[in-house]
Design a protein around this ligand. Structure first.
Ligand code: DGT
Ligand code: CA
Ligand code: ZN
Length: 628
């Protein structure tokens, strides 16, 4: 593996150390610039000699020497840069994570260290609590609040990875596992299968052909110390994306593997903002067919529902574990080790059935108390990807999108939609090239013309003239009513003033919900996962108003947003309010985020009836018209 990433990582760390040591700022910046240059090199950095390095834009004499020092020592097994090691000795190790806290710059961290002796996060928290942090120059209550918010966001960001980063990564690894000889089936389990907005790790289950080591390796035999790792486990541990093997046993392994960051809007969701190559934990377990369903059920969780299921089994004189559902004969040794014939085990459906329960979709497996409810009332028919027939929030090149109106229509059509709304930004969103009233009027004309043309082409898709109009801080909208009235659809969204007081936020959003010309409230809180908390309005009041005014609340499907979040969707569906699942498309690939929105909707128990995107075109247009 080329050393480019390792070199870049080391240079970035040197930049941070230089900043902490209060050295010349230009020297620090030179290191991070060099890191970027090395990162984007097309070939291995270790093959470049000094003249070749110096020929690169952004690499000077001293840094070139350090890169050569690093590569030469790497060849001997321990890559090192003497100056880096010298600096490491001068800086307490606990300071580097403090530098990772969003909103904390090296100057402040250095001041904390030098004047208050803060050398790790625990000490920083203490200084916040006992208010000694306030004694630093330029450190007021506001700044401390910001650090506190950054601390909790930063902790969350290093702990849990966004769904939209973890799922593609899990799918990639699953595909690599499926290609291994003897692998019959691979499934994603854990919180990822339940569609949580963030996950701590990736849990994968692999079914191998019976007789190829599958049967003999479950249960007690597997724990025998002499047992060698299953060939699939060995292959998994040596996949190219694996950076570290945490543990490896006969039928299971834990590794850290590389997270592929997205290149589009919002690259990361936390870990990408760190210069170090981001990785996350992946757990793999190898199983035989006969217990695959039991393992899938167990490792999908949630833990809370597992506990209820196990108790239900005991109440029926059965034992449920990750190997199967067995008759409970009260023997001390686990039934799977005595070859007791299971009641069920190869499928989840079989186990639910034997426990007298309907099949519970993974997204509905979060809360323990729901099981009793599903038993008596059944599981509602939750919205599915295939139900979605319209996207009602999309941008074009007229504002900050990357698609023309034509391209937008082509994307929508290819996904089987009957309707697509053009909702570019309004004038206050200046950085997003929001439309002036004149430009919007011209766009409305263009939409009408495009519809005529599509009709003459016989294309079965309708384009709606719309806007994503800013909800200003006081709850008024960014266009006059007579202009809004001309639009087929109005999505009203908050974009600025997102740290406003909850009471103000509630009033602001209520005004927009009650506005007679508004159809949908776009990303109602404006939060960004792991990055920005967003508004914290009284959600029950918003939901009640949305229901009363027939206004839909959006589940923005972008994995950085998922706004409304699952719990609020659940409250909204419980109250019978309308919801929209929209991709807020800026780029063709944004349409692919729909599945994250649908997962969030399902976690919120959303049924097709309450989801405007599933309606027929006639029903959808009638609703839109009702607000004109
Ligand atoms: P995460 O990883 O924090 O995003 O959430 P999960 O739910 O994926 O949790 P994880 O990876 O620790 O465990 C995967 C599943 O395994 C979990 O959903 C339920 C099951 N499980 C893990 N530990 C226990 C346990 O102590 N008791 C029971 N009943 N089930 C457990
Ligand atoms: Ca997990
Ligand atoms: Zn927006």
């Amino acid at each position: 593996m080329p050393l480019n990433e390792a070199v870049a990582e080391r240079l970035n760390e040197m930049c941070r150390l230089l900043e902490l040591l209060g050295e010349n700022q230009f020297k620090a910046i030179a290191h991070s610039r060099a890191a970027r240059v090395i990162e984007s090199l097309p070939g291995p950095v270790e093959q470049l000699d000094k003249p070749a390095l110096l020929a690169l834009d952004g690499i000077g004499d001293k840094i070139a020497d350090k890169i050569i020092e690093f590569c030469a020592s790497a060849a001997g097994g321990t890559p090192r840069i003497a100056e880096h090691e010298k600096m490491l000795k001068q800086v307490p190790a606990g300071l580097l994570p403090i530098l990772d806290i969003p909103g904390l710059g090296p100057k402040t961290v250095r001041a904390m260290w030098q004047t208050l002796g803060i050398t790790d996060i625990a000490a920083l928290k203490k200084a916040i609590d006992d208010k000694s942090l306030l004694t630093l120059p330029r450190m007021g209550e506001k700044a401390v609040e910001k650090i506190k918010a950054g601390l909790s966001l930063g902790e969350e960001a290093t702990r849990r990875i966004a769904l939209g980063l973890a799922l593609p990564m899990a799918e990639r690894i699953a595909a690599e596992l499926r290609a291994i000889d003897g692998v019959e089936r691979v499934e994603i389990a854990g919180s990822l299968r339940r569609g949580r907005e963030t996950v701590a790790d990736i849990d994968l289950l692999v079914e191998t052909a019976e007789g190829r080591g599958g049967k003999a390796r479950t249960g007690k035999q597997a724990s025998a110390k002499t047992d060698q790792p299953h060939p699939v486990i060995e292959k998994f541990c040596s996949l190219p994306d694996v950076r570290q093997v945490i543990s490896k046993g006969p039928t299971r392994a834990s590794v850290r593997a590389v997270i592929n960051l997205h290149s589009g809007r919002w690259k990361g969701g936390g870990p990408d903002e760190h210069p170090v190559e981001p990785t996350m934990q992946v757990d793999v377990r190898v199983l035989p067919k006969k217990s695959f369903g039991a393992a899938l059920l167990y490792f999908t969780g949630s833990k809370d529902q597992n506990i209820v299921l196990r108790q239900r089994a005991l109440d029926r004189n059965l034992t449920l574990n990750e190997y199967g559902l067995f008759p409970d004969d009260k023997e001390p040794t686990p039934p799977q080790d005595r070859d007791v014939r299971p009641v069920a085990g190869s499928t989840e459906e079989g186990i639910y059935k034997a426990l007298g329960l309907p099949f519970i979709p993974p997204e509905a497996r979060e809360h323990a108390a729901d099981i009793a409810h599903f038993e008596t009332s059944g599981v509602p028919r939750l919205v599915e990807l295939a139900d979605i027939k319209a996207d009602l929030h999309a941008h074009t090149t007229d504002s900050d999108g990357r698609m023309s109106m034509r391209e937008l229509v082509a994307q929508a059509k290819s996904r089987g939609f009957h309707t697509i709304a053009v909702t570019d930004h309004s004038k206050s969103s200046a950085i997003a090239n929001g439309l002036s009233p004149e430009r919007l009027r011209a766009q409305i004309k263009a939409v009408r013309a495009l519809n005529k043309q599509l009709q003459s082409e016989g294309a079965d898709i309708r384009v709606l003239a719309g806007s994503e109009v800013d909800i200003l801080a006081d709850g008024t909208l960014d266009y006059d009513d007579d202009l809004l009235q001309e639009l087929d659809i109005v999505v009203a969204s908050p974009h600025a003033a997102l740290s406003q007081e909850p009471a103000l936020a509630t009033r602001r959003l209520l005004r927009a919900i009650e506005h007679p010309l508004v159809h949908i409230i776009g990303h109602p809180t404006g939060r960004l996962i792991n990055r920005r908390a967003g508004l914290a309005p009284a959600m029950d009041e918003l939901i009640a108003a949305a229901k009363q005014n027939n206004t839909a609340l959006e589940i923005n499907a972008h994995w950085m947003r998922l706004d409304l979040r699952d719990l609020h969707v659940r409250a909204a569906t419980g109250a019978g309010a309308l919801l929209a699942i929209d991709c807020d498309d800026h780029d063709p690939s944004d349409f692919d985020n729909l599945r994250y929105g649908v997962a969030t909707a399902r976690r919120g128990m959303l049924t097709p009836e309450l989801c405007v995107n599933t309606w027929s075109r006639e029903k959808l247009l009638a609703w839109l018209k009702s607000k004109r």
